[in-house]
Design a binder for this molecule. Structure first.
Ligand code: RIB
Length: 292
């Protein structure tokens, strides 16, 4: 079985702030750094750092060669990553303050992924291969439908959550990975009560596997009547960027080895507890040897 992550790549412009900027306020940052990010790239790097062979498909602009080199330095295969000379690479403006973040996205080349690129990529994959997607690229309905036709196992990290999600053929997804906000959206409940959210997920997606992360309150795996819980590791968060991406990559890497959900949740919780203690996105994701 091969793993294909078809997802976004962003230059992350990260500003450390004294407080989140208010409307009408102008405020200087305490520091600035440009990192490799994008939920797709972060999850490919997390899978690779967890020891899984992964193909990353996506699109960068004329300024995006660095991403190809970066992915290759972690042995991520970039055969289906297109450098589009007419686009700019996607970017994110990230404010960091007291361990929390705020993110503004500009899709750029991530939003130029078309049916042709999807067809040409999926040609190389087959039934039983795994497709991992997030909600930061164009033409997701087409991608989900084509991967389903090929009987690929589809994992959808529903991030960021928005109204477009409900236009996708969600019935063709095999596994959802969500945080509590995304889960409440999928469950269509206006609450932060985790039991009500889980009830709603079960009601709307009774036959799907669902991995739900709740930050410092741990994580859950839900599949019909099955419910498996994992506590979070208590650490002091400096920067939560890419914590969810780390969780996704390490959970899948471990789950694919032996389908032991509890062990996969535990490894993922441990990995993301390390990510939040470092600054930045992809570069704060730990390596499996560091974890073990
Ligand atoms: O999940 C974190 C990522 O979200 C950042 O790297 C940023 O690029 C946005 O896509």
């Amino acid at each position: 079985m091969r793993v294909l992550c078809f997802g976004s790549l962003n230059y992350d412009h990260v500003y450390e702030m004294d407080h989140f900027t208010e409307p009408k306020e102008t405020q200087s940052s305490l520091s600035y750094i440009r990192n490799f990010g994008g939920k797709g790239l972060n999850q490919s790097i997390a899978l690779a750092k967890a020891g899984t062979d992964v193909f990353h498909a996506g699109r960068v602009g004329s300024d995006g060669q660095d991403f190809i080199d970066y992915l290759n330095s972690y042995k991520v295969a970039t055969d289906y990553l297109i450098k589009d000379m007419e686009q700019a690479t996607g970017h994110a403006i990230i404010e960091i303050c007291k361990g929390q973040n705020r993110i503004i996205l500009h899709g750029g080349a991530n939003q130029a992924i078309d049916e042709k690129q999807i067809d040409e990529t999926l040609e190389h994959f087959t039934g039983g291969d795994l497709l991992l997607i997030q909600n930061e690229i164009s033409n997701l309905s087409y991608l989900i439908s084509k991967a389903h036709e090929k009987e690929m196992f589809i994992v959808f990290n529903v991030a960021p959550m928005n109204e477009k999600v409900f236009t996708y053929p969600l019935e063709k997804v095999d596994m959802f990975i969500v945080n509590e906000i995304e889960a409440a959206g999928l469950a269509k409940v206006a609450t932060d009560d985790i039991d009500l959210i889980i009830d709603g997920l079960r009601r709307n997606f009774p036959d799907k596997q669902i991995v739900l992360t709740v930050g410092e309150n741990g994580s859950y795996y839900i599949h019909g009547e099955t419910l498996i819980e994992q506590e979070a590791f208590k650490v002091e968060a400096i920067d939560t960027t890419a914590a969810g991406d780390t969780f996704t990559g390490f959970f899948l890497a471990s789950y694919l080895k032996d389908h032991n959900v509890q062990a996969a949740l535990r490894l993922a919780a441990k990995a993301s507890s390390i990510t939040v203690q470092g600054k930045g996105a992809a570069q704060s994701i730990p390596d499996i040897n560091e974890l073990l």
